[in-house]
Design a protein around this ligand. Sequence first.
Ligand code: F2R
Ligand code: MG
Ligand code: MG
Length: 367
Amino acid sequence: MSSIIKTIKMATLESSVLQSKFRGSLLGSLIGDCTGSPYEGDTFTNGDKIILQRYFDKLEEPNFKAPFKPYTDDTAMMKSVAKFLIDKPEPDYKFLAKLFVNEYFKQPKRGYGENVVDVFHKLRNSKFEDVFKPAREQFLGSGSYGNGGAMRIAPIALYCHSNYKTMLEIAANATKLTHTNILGVNGALLQCIAIHQALEHHPEEKIDPKRFCLELYLKMKKIEKTDEEDVEDADPALTAYQEKLKVVEHLLGKRIDTDLDEEVIFCLGNGISSYESVPTAIYCFLRAQSEIPHIKTDNVFRRTIQYAISLGGDTDTIACMAGAIAGAHLGEEAINSDLARHCEFSKEIIEVADNLFMTRAVSPTTS
Ligand code: F2R
Ligand code: MG
Ligand code: MG
């Protein structure tokens, strides 16, 4: 029943609205990356949050001139994922591995994760013989749980917007080229379904944060199902994200006071691992549906990005993931064009989104 409703919902979104959502999601991801990257690793005091507010106010001024903000590995890898979908009708993971590697060796100084670079070297040295092997060998065989799989996933959620099952399959395989730890893979899947779910809501429809979170929880429960009969004995990593979404839901219900942001960072994290960043990005998007005390704007997209950055830590990636979700809901029109023009590649990303829209896979949703 619910899948029928979803198919109808998707079908009723006008094509122009859907196209705007494709643009919004990729642009949102890029803006989060570019505006967040100067703060990667920072901690924000209340004073810093005021400075951040002024900085965003300036970026939105029509006549404000500033050198463009470069994108980082988040966008470099996202571009490759989009090209992999656009250029090949059937998923070709060797092609995607080559795209990642070529992009890295062309521009290695984009702030890549420390260990993922080993995967690129091994892929190149092995002549792409078994493209999943180098990632499996990372961290003595436990695989990476970094957020590098999740940060680049947006094009897959868009391209497969009408086929949930295929989306999950492609998202998992595309992630496993670099990240095989279950926390890295399921984190990327959670980010993917959050973007997919945001696409389903009309831009003018107000998001109910708790309901949105519950829907994600139910989907993660299906993904994270464990074979262990005795749940007590099961590895906590197997059900990590459904547990984390319960925390997101709890935090959304909390009274807003001066300590709330500290609690968000403590409970959800703001780090480089998927586990400590994907639920945080989702929380940022949901929290930004209403006013946030230190952020003065009526624009929900800007509020999402600015709030994500104000939490500090892995700011480019958390803002990139939160921006991808917000943009998928609100579409391109909700994004201030002056804010966008300060970001490297902001014109080109629209072309990428349009190509993805034109070549997208169209078949029934089966969630
Ligand atoms: N690398 C960064 N930021 C560092 C500062 C960059 C600097 N500003 C500059 O400009 O140079 N950011 C980017 O990396 C994150 C994505 O990383 P990814 O692709 O997941 O990489 P990796 O190397 O696989 O994992 C990242 C780190 O996570 C820890 N880790 C992962 N799995 C682990 C495991 N099984 N056991 C122990 N540790 C594990 C390691 O510390 C990895 O180095 C994004 O933030 C992107 O913006
Ligand atoms: Mg980065
Ligand atoms: Mg980062």
